[in-house]
Write a protein of this length. Structure first.
Length: 293
């Protein structure tokens, strides 16, 4: 697979984080002035929902819109204005994944940017091996089954995108990655027997990387804290950006950042880490599954 330009941690991926930071600052300024979203939208010839999307960091920013909003919010200090306008310019830098726009849902683009900018990624997965840990053959089998009847070229593009994402784990500023995989994800076959065997060997190898912690939640434990299904938690080096919980659905995704909601998932993740066998025992479980496959 060919690379789509250089992937620099904190550059194009960071643009998503900057968009969210700018949106949160604009929301803070609007709230402090007691201005409604409707009034803010009117000032930039846009709807209330557009202001909402801007404040959530879901859309790009036009310099003129940011300037008009800052004026409406009474921000006259040139240093503060220049800082926020600079943030808007940086937030509009296109990420490498935009080259895959033909096969990449808009709702997933935000996640890829956040994934690339995170300093800590924690996941619980029950259906299949997490995308960042998949081999090419396994990824092809997963995508093919999920997109039955799709053109081969489209499937290959989606697999290429997944492999490109994986480079974040070996980049210069690679995040800490802590994965808990349910035993069901390891026993559910995707592809031929050798595809699964190669995938298991790959997991063993990846689990030995210094920035990767891999645990397996075995069937033998019974019911556990992951009863709500798969989820991802992202933490960022920026102190003013809260942790985000990512919940993927069939045709969209949810991004949770309210403290009380994040706390519930933090509690579940902590229990999963505590109740699952440690990394070395989990490697032994993988080796046992490899012998059985």
């Amino acid at each position: 697979m060919g690379r789509v330009g250089p992937v620099v941690a904190g550059e194009s991926s960071g643009s998503v984080v900057r968009r969210i930071l700018l949106g949160s600052q604009l929301r803070r300024l609007r709230d402090s002035r007691g201005i409604t979203r409707e009034a803010a939208g009117y000032s930039i010839r846009a709807s209330e929902s557009k202001i909402s999307r801007m404040e959530l960091g879901r859309v790009s920013f036009k310099a003129r819109d940011v300037e008009d909003l800052l004026t409406l919010y009474g921000v006259t200090d040139e240093v503060e204005r220049d800082s926020l306008l600079g943030l808007a310019r940086e937030a509009n830098v296109a990420g490498w994944w935009h080259s895959y726009g033909d096969v990449l849902p808009g709702w997933f683009q935000t996640y890829i940017g956040l994934e690339g900018a995170a300093s800590l990624i924690r996941i619980y997965e029950v259906q299949f091996v997490h995308g960042l840990l998949q081999t090419e053959a396994y990824a092809h089998a997963v995508v093919s089954r999920g997109m039955s009847g799709a053109p081969v070229a489209e499937i290959d593009r989606r697999v290429a995108l997944r492999l490109e994402r994986q480079k974040v784990l070996v980049s210069e500023r690679a995040p800490s990655f802590h994965a808990v995989l349910d035993e069901a994800a390891l026993r559910r076959p995707y592809g031929e027997r050798e595809v699964m065997r190669t995938q298991l060997r790959h997991l063993i190898e990846m689990s030995e990387q210094p920035n990767i912690t891999l645990q397996v939640m075995p069937f033998s434990f019974g019911g556990h804290a992951g009863e709500s299904g798969s989820f991802t938690m992202l933490r960022f080096p920026e102190s003013d950006l809260s942790d985000i919980v990512y919940l993927e659905q069939l045709t969209s995704a949810l991004y949770l950042d309210k403290a009380e909601e994040v706390a519930q998932y933090e509690k579940a993740m902590t229990r999963l880490h505590h109740d699952s066998p440690g990394p070395e025992e989990s490697r032994d479980l993988l080796r046992g599954l490899l012998q059985l496959s």
